[in-house]
Design a protein around this ligand. Structure first.
Ligand code: MN
Length: 749
């Protein structure tokens, strides 16, 4: 694998393919590959490695890469990359087999498991799944979430390492892709997703190479520009650079410190990023020499540092000690910038061989094969100056704690990811939510307008209950209604504060609208009762006089507190005679007002509601809507005989509830049948009982009559079900009354 420290003089503006393994070089034979692995893992199964190589070659058959190479050269190169960071044989085999399940018709996971073991099969499965992820570049937030998603769902880091090796080789051969659009897409994805992931787990040189190639495909002009400026700078600085390299060597020799000195290449992309971010000049970024000083142990690192700081002035704010406080991914080194002779800024990275190894190979550096188990090697990590207690963390832990400086914050954030769930919109946008989130949370996370109109959800294409907890990787499609409306019972249907707050706000808004509608009706009715045409009055003026901040506010106030009507009339029309003509304070439950008094989770917006004539539902009744082709939605009580006829047609049923508004300030008509003795004055007796109980009789009829008895039906205006029950009880208390029942069949007409 290419090293991060390319000697400066080696850097060339070579045309594609980029530096590193060239795809036109011969690739390793199976013997060579097995030999490479056995060199660092002596107990590896040579025969099995050869078998995996042959399997890949045989199964990919005569498939070709776009470069014209046989396809199997790709997995062989991926495996070779993995061997270069000395990964265990299962990972090497996974590298060889990583495309077989996806690309070869006659290969499945079971075959891989039977032939190469469950470990290898799991790795191949993980890599295949990662490959199926649809990444769509959007905001940078999106890329970040995707990285987190991958980290959260990959439970074996080797899967990620195989994927990164796969991607690196694909990048190295990207120029063979015919379509510019797909080259750009892959480059974008690499830039946004895979390079940051590689960096996060400490594979800096992989990240740098990926970025460099991606940069070339995404913005070749900028890259060329930077490269040519770098060349100019370099030739101008050539003598200076050699002089300083020599000075470093002499100082180290004088102090008796044995060391290796590496020049450090400036990556065009990292310069570009700095130029983009800060308003600094190319010279500010690029005109700094970088050297890496490799010494024998940590004590020598500090000794060397002391020597440099004595010899040259250091820039205090550029000094970093990652030896006493290594980065969470294990990176350890001393960083300092000094002003060397000739006023040259020189960046020095001082570290041991082990630290350099960690810097190069990242997490892979201290993961070795020991006692036939692949695990974190405490000894080698200790030797690299890592905190041993930190090394006891699980590998995945170490991995997710990330690579960059803001360690502790990052750590804390990453802790949270375990309690998070990652879901996708149908067009591939990733949404990060707390674990236990439900579709409503998802809807609000995507957009408030989507949450406000959420009416249902499909999860992975299947309609699901809004109560369904989301799983990692779920694709959620929110089914929307036209009008915003709160979801009934939302308190139990979402966990995020955002969704809850939004639903509360929405409910308040809808309620306010309902009260305002009611209030407007009441005021208009009151005006008419006083022979004032509501159309002729200036509502705005009335609201001003009554001290309201707008007409809607006034209407809402009337709706909420019915006493307001009288006050407003008195204020607006001084001298108006309210006595004896007190406006009817209550709104009648009828078809006109039904839509503000009845709500339902699956109610189609704008649908016409009709109160069933048969059962005459009143607030307090359990109600259900029946979809009737020509009538809209007919509201019945759940016990209505008519409803029972539709028992086998659940598709016409709609669950309904009374709104808050319906629970107060409404009058509704309840219909009852009373069986009583056929005595003189019985009807008058009954009417008087109903009136005393606060019921207002709207209609009385004789239903049937037999010898000695009569059955009367009453339409009684009541407040609600409880009120009707009270009236029924009062009627039953009459000696002449035998039986009192609600009428639930349409026999009245
Ligand atoms: Mn591949």
């Amino acid at each position: 694998m290419a090293t991060a420290t390319v000697k400066t003089e080696d850097r060339s503006r070579a045309s594609l393919p980029p530096r590193g393994i060239r795809d036109d070089e011969p690739f390793l034979t199976k013997e060579e590959l097995a030999g490479t692995v056995l060199a660092y893992q002596p107990d590896a199964d040579r025969a099995l490695l050869l078998k995996a190589y042959d399997f890949a070659r045989e199964k990919h058959g005569d498939q070709l890469r776009q470069s014209g190479d046989p396809y199997y050269s790709h997995p062989v190169r991926v495996a070779t990359l993995l061997a270069s960071i000395r990964l265990d044989q299962a990972t090497i085999m996974a590298g060889l087999l990583h495309d077989t399940v996806e690309d070869c018709d006659d290969v499945d996971l079971q075959m891989i498991e039977d032939g190469f073991g469950a470990d290898v099969a799991e790795l191949v499965d993980g890599v295949t799944k990662l490959g199926q992820l649809e990444y769509q570049s959007e905001a940078s937030k999106q890329a970040e979430n995707f990285q987190k998603f991958i980290l959260a769902t990959v439970n074996d880091v080797r899967v990620l390492l195989v994927k990164l090796a796969d991607r690196l080789h694909n990048m190295r051969t990207l120029h063979h892709k015919k379509k510019e659009e797909s080259r750009r897409r892959v480059a974008r994805e690499t830039m946004d997703l895979y390079a940051p992931l590689a960096r996060r787990i400490g594979l800096h040189y992989v990240a740098s190479e990926m970025e460099d190639i991606a940069f070339r495909h995404l913005n070749a002009e900028a890259r060329d520009q930077i490269l040519s400026q770098l060349e100019t700078l370099e030739s101008r600085n050539k003598d200076d650079l050699e002089r300083i390299r020599l000075a470093i060597r002499q100082v180290m020799e004088r102090e008796g410190i044995e060391c290796r000195i590496k020049g450090r290449r400036k990556e065009p992309y990292s310069i570009w990023r700095k130029l983009e971010k800060k308003s600094i000049s190319f010279e500010d970024v690029a005109d700094i020499f970088g050297f890496r000083i490799i010494v024998s142990d940590a004590a020598e690192c500090y000794k060397a540092l002391g020597v440099f700081h004595t010899e040259w002035a250091c820039l205090p704010d550029r000094f970093r000690d990652f030896i006493s406080v290594p980065k969470p991914n294990g990176y350890a080194s001393l960083h300092t910038t000094v002003r060397a002779s000739g006023n040259r800024l020189v960046e020095l990275q001082i570290r041991t061989e082990e630290m350099d190894e960690t810097a190069e190979r990242g997490v892979a550096a201290h993961w070795t094969y020991k006692d036939s188990a692949y695990g974190f090697d405490l000894d080698s990590s200790k030797a690299a100056g890592l905190d041993p207690s930190a090394n006891l963390r699980a590998f995945g832990d170490l991995l997710t704690h990330g690579g960059d400086a803001e360690d502790f914050l990052e750590h804390a954030k990453m802790e949270m990811y375990r309690t998070h769930v990652f879901a996708f919109t149908p067009n591939g946008r990733l949404v990060l939510l707390p674990a236990g989130s439900m579709p409503l949370d998802f809807a609000y996370a995507v957009h408030t307008a989507i949450g406000d109109t959420c009416d249902g959800a499909k999860i992975n294409g299947v309609p699901r209950n809004l109560r369904t907890a989301l799983q990692n990787g779920d694709v959620i499609e929110i089914i929307r209604r036209e009008e915003p409306r709160p979801v009934p019972g939302y308190e139990t249907l979402c966990v995020t504060g955002r969704a809850r707050a939004a639903q509360r706000r929405l409910r308040r808004e809808v309620e306010a609208r309902q009260f305002a509608n009611l209030g407007r009706n009441m005021l208009e009715r009151a005006l008419r009762q006083h022979d004032i045409d509501p159309v002729s009055v200036d509502m705005r003026k009335i609201s001003e006089r009554a001290g309201f901040d707008g007409v809607q506010v006034m209407f809402e106030a009337i709706g909420r507190s019915h006493d307001e009507v009288g006050r407003i009339l008195t204020v607006a029309f001084p001298g108006i005679e309210l006595e004896g003509s007190a406006p009817d304070e209550k709104v009648m439950l009828d078809d006109e007002h039904a839509s503000s008094l009845i709500a339902g989770e699956n109610l189609t917006p704008g649908v016409t509601l009709h109160l069933a004539e048969c059962c005459h539902p009143i607030p307090g009744d359990r109600i259900v809507g029946l979809r009737q082709p020509d009538k809209g939605l007919v509201v019945h009580t759940i016990y209505c005989g008519k409803v029972a006829q539709f028992d086998d047609q659940p598709e016409v049923w709609v669950d309904l509830q009374w709104t808050e508004l319906a629970k107060s300030g409404v009058r509704a008509i309840g219909r009852i049948a009373v069986n009583a003795a056929d005595n003189k004055g019985v009807m008058a007796q009954q009417c008087s009982v109903v009136a005393q109980a606060g019921g207002n009789i709207r209609q009385v009829a004789t239903r049937s009559r037999g010898p000695g008895f009569q059955e009367l039906t009453f339409d009684i205006e009541v407040d609600d079900l409880r009120h009707l029950e009270q009236i029924k009880a009062a009627l039953r208390a009459l000696a002449v009354v035998e039986r009192v029942e609600r009428i639930e069949e349409s026999e009245f007409e």
